[in-house]
Ligand binder design. Structure first.
Ligand SMILES: [Fe+2]
Ligand SMILES: [Fe+2]
Length: 433
């Protein structure tokens, strides 16, 4: 049983070993005079007449129920104290009236806003609140999914090429998700000036951490060498290439001293956000699960795939939220993008993806090739470009894996929720388009 005061301690008695109160004690408690409401209130608030610093309340002159003195006269010092308190209250009221006008929704802006960021409503961006509510419908933990068959599959059914795909996809994803968590939490969220946007992004930070837990759970359960797999992005050039590119595009905005009223800084931020939402999350992540889904389609590594389906649904929301936010920033701040810079972004992302695909699929696996992966990258990139209001970067790209979108639209057929005490609502009713 978890000891909530000290969660790592193992000494808390369990329900089975805890000593029950004796019959005499229970009967004495039942016969005791019921406390008056006021007395029980005082007891519960003050731990039985002691204040939280351990001194007696009576020492401090607090009058407890049942000990009311007949008459008390104020001393001059007490009167002075009361007068000062009244002056303070009056001064605060004047300050409030002078400086704090009520927040209007129309005052809010995505960035560079002046409205109080501690006041949630009225909403200017009600869709952001909807994202938060919907995100909470896709709730799971990696422990909910049975991984026993995956251990068998990995040890006895996957060939070397399939193991190579599986481990490298995990190595890439786990590094990427840490990067995603840091970017949204440290570079993006703190620059938002409307709390309804920050609330969803706070959830997103948690989800990225949950994704990292999920990969770690898979890596641990399958029994992979953690020191080796977590270092892979540092020693495998094709994995390193994608991470390096992401760092190059995101690191420059991961500082709080950026002045988003400066047009150059603002342009850097918008370009970084477009890369993050449109490519890093919207294309690389979305398409990044596919090699493992291709194993699932042959009945292999189904536990891992189910984990990834839940992650994918989060990522679809992250990408579409980010795209919406960055479009709103461009609208509110009249940002014009340089088409050459956009083209360069697509080209270098494609080049990194081609190198990655040729590495993870250097030996093709049944039903999935490097060419499939690369073409699917281009097809999804076109979709994100349209959502961003940009030209398609790869006209005529083919949808090689039409089944991929079905993975994002997973319905409740998995039914592991039914095995749980709490029936979470899944996102089956959501429109993931
Ligand atoms: Fe993630
Ligand atoms: Fe994400």
């Amino acid at each position: 049983m978890l000891n909530w005061d000290d969660p790592l301690s193992k000494t808390t008695p369990t329900a089975a070993t805890a000593i029950p109160p004796s019959a005499e004690a229970l009967s004495a408690e039942a016969q005791a005079e019921p406390q008056s409401l006021a007395a029980s209130y005082a007891a519960s608030e003050t731990l039985g007449g002691m204040d939280f610093d351990g001194s007696s309340l009576e020492d401090k002159g607090v009058v407890l129920p049942g000990s009311m003195p007949e008459e008390t006269a104020s001393t001059p010092a007490e009167e002075q104290l009361a007068e000062k308190a009244m002056e303070g209250i009056e001064r605060d009221q004047t300050e409030i009236a002078d400086s704090l006008a009520p927040v209007k929704a129309s005052d809010k802006r995505v960035i560079n806003g002046e409205a109080d960021v501690n006041q949630l409503a009225p909403f200017k961006y009600p869709w952001a609140w909807e994202y938060f509510l919907n995100a909470n419908k896709n709730h799971w933990t990696p422990l909910d999914i049975n991984m026993a068959q995956d251990v068998q599959d990995y040890q006895h059914k996957l060939n070397d090429a399939e193991k190579h795909v599986y481990t490298n996809v995990l190595a890439y994803l786990t590094t990427s998700d840490i990067l995603a968590m840091r970017n949204i939490g440290l570079a993006v969220m703190e620059k938002m000036t409307a709390p309804e946007l920050q609330i969803y992004q706070a959830r997103q930070v948690y989800e990225e951490a949950l994704h990292t837990w999920t990969y770690q759970h898979c890596i641990e359960t399958i029994g992979l060498d953690q020191g080796e797999i977590y270092n892979r992005y540092r020693v495998v050039p094709a994995i390193h290439g994608k991470i390096k590119l992401a760092n190059k595009r995101l690191d420059s905005v991961m500082r709080s001293d950026m002045d988003l009223r400066d047009p150059d800084n603002l342009n850097d931020f918008v370009m970084a956000y477009i890369f993050f939402a449109g490519i890093f999350e919207g294309t690389w992540f979305y398409n990044g699960f596919t090699p493992i889904f291709s194993l699932q389609r042959r009945g292999l590594m189904k536990g891992t795939s189910e984990q990834l389906q839940y992650i994918m649904r989060d990522e679809v929301m992250h990408a579409s939220f980010g795209i919406r936010v960055v479009k709103q920033i461009m609208l509110e701040n009249d940002v014009t993008l340089d088409p050459k810079a956009i083209r360069e972004m697509w080209d270098e992302s494609e080049a990194a993806e081609i190198a990655y695909a040729h590495y993870i699929l250097k030996d093709p696996i049944l039903g999935y090739t490097a060419e499939d992966h690369i073409e699917q990258f281009r097809f999804i990139a076109n979709r994100r470009a349209r959502q961003l209001g940009l030209e398609e970067p790869f006209p005529n790209a083919q949808n090689r894996n039409a089944w991929l979108d079905e993975q994002a639209n997973m319905k409740k057929e998995k039914n592991f929720f039914e095995t749980r005490v709490t029936e979470y609502q899944t996102g089956g009713a959501l429109d993931w388009g």
